[in-house]
Structure formats: structure tokens, C-alpha cells
Design a binder for this molecule. Structure first.
Ligand SMILES: [Zn+2]
Length: 209
């Protein structure tokens, strides 16, 4: 019988982040959406690869550089195949690469819509005194922890703060509640105290089943 019920929340953002840029076609500053497709160009044994984006206003194209003037021999054939056939996992990896996107945009719209899949690691809710939630991000995304917990536990952000202050919720730091959730982050919830802070026991049970 386990006192701590471990549950993993596996989070998958529904859309890649959208960089804001000037559109050469409609002459507005607007967001661009990844098409999930690549454009490749080979010249004199050198290769350029771009991820194709579309303007949210006019559907105009912006190609984000992935590989520039790279000797063809330096790219593994399997990797090249992934670009040639618009492999969805490869497109997602590049579309979610925030450090590269940041070089091409002064503002990135992080769509916070995400799915949360729950996996109970061991034990049962009825026997548990504590719930430990482990965050697993399938792709990098900026999802504020307080918003995520409030939505998944069906409580207000002020109830979460109260739970943190009274020790019903334990985090590595108080600031973590207002920061983005990160891969491997752990949130410990004292189940009896959480109920006293106004967190609905049914919502807690639902979050761990
Ligand atoms: Zn446009």
C-alpha cells in the first residue's frame, strides 16, 4: 500500500508556437503558422532546407531556414529523407524549437491549448495520503503551472496560492507556480489538507485516474 500516489501528466501542445513577423505579401506584422512541410534546394553539392510557414492573414509564405549552404555529404541520408518526405516528427521538432524561432521573431505566440494524458504509476487513490504529479512535456511549450493546475484540478488560482501557503501543495519554489511547467517537474499534494483548502476531492481523484 503506497502512501504517495504517483501520477504522470503527459502534456502535448495542440499547435506549434507561432512567430510574429512582417509579411512581405500583405505588408502587415502578423503571426505565421507552420505548414509542417519543408522546402529543399541543392546547388553544387550544397543544400538549403527551410520549414515553410504561412501568413495568418494572407496565406503568404515565409521559409524559415533550417540548413543553409550545407555540404550534402554532411547530412545523413536518413535525415535528408525525413526532410524530403515532410516527416511530421521532424517538422514538429523544428516548429517547436523556440531558440531558433526566437532568432526570426520578436514575439512568439505560445498557443496554450494542450492535451493532458494521465498515467497512474502505482497505488490507488483511496490508499494515498499524498498525490505526486510529475509533468512530462512531449514537446517544449510554455504553459503556466498555475493555469494548468487550476484547469486540471478545477480550482481558482487564489485557492492554489492558499494551498501552497498552507503546505497542501509543495513545489520546489513559490515562484514556480507562476512560471512555465517544465519536463520532469514534480508537484506534491497533501490530499487531506488540499480538501481543507477548498480543492474538490473528486477533482483530485479525477486528476489521478
Ligand atoms: Zn500576409
Amino acid at each position: 500500500m503506497s502512501e504517495i500516489l504517483h501520477v504522470t501528466w503527459r502534456i502535448t501542445p495542440l499547435h506549434p508556437p507561432r512567430p510574429r513577423r512582417h509579411c512581405g505579401s500583405c505588408k502587415t506584422i502578423t503571426f505565421f503558422i507552420s505548414s509542417g512541410r519543408f522546402r529543399t534546394n541543392a546547388q553544387k553539392k550544397r543544400l538549403d532546407i527551410w520549414l515553410i510557414y504561412r501568413c495568418a492573414v494572407c496565406d503568404g509564405t515565409w521559409n524559415m531556414p533550417i540548413v543553409e549552404r550545407c555540404p550534402v555529404a554532411r547530412i545523413a541520408p536518413e535525415q535528408l529523407q525525413c526532410f524530403m518526405r515532410n516527416d511530421p516528427a521532424t517538422a514538429a521538432r523544428h516548429a517547436f524549437d523556440l531558440s531558433v524561432l526566437g532568432r526570426h521573431s520578436d514575439q512568439i505566440d505560445h498557443d496554450v491549448a494542450a492535451t493532458v494524458e494521465r498515467h497512474v504509476e502505482d497505488g490507488s487513490f483511496a490508499a494515498a495520503a499524498h498525490l505526486e504529479i510529475c509533468i512530462a512535456l512531449n514537446l517544449p511549450c510554455r504553459l503556466r503551472l498555475d493555469g494548468l493546475l487550476a484547469r486540471e484540478l478545477g480550482v481558482t488560482r487564489s485557492a492554489l496560492l492558499k494551498a501552497l501557503d498552507t503546505g497542501a501543495i509543495t513545489l520546489a519554489s513559490r515562484k514556480a507556480l507562476r512560471a512555465s511547467a517544465f519536463d520532469g517537474q514534480r508537484i506534491r499534494i497533501d490530499l487531506s489538507q488540499a480538501t481543507r483548502c477548498g480543492i474538490d476531492p473528486d477533482a483530485l481523484r479525477a486528476s489521478a485516474t
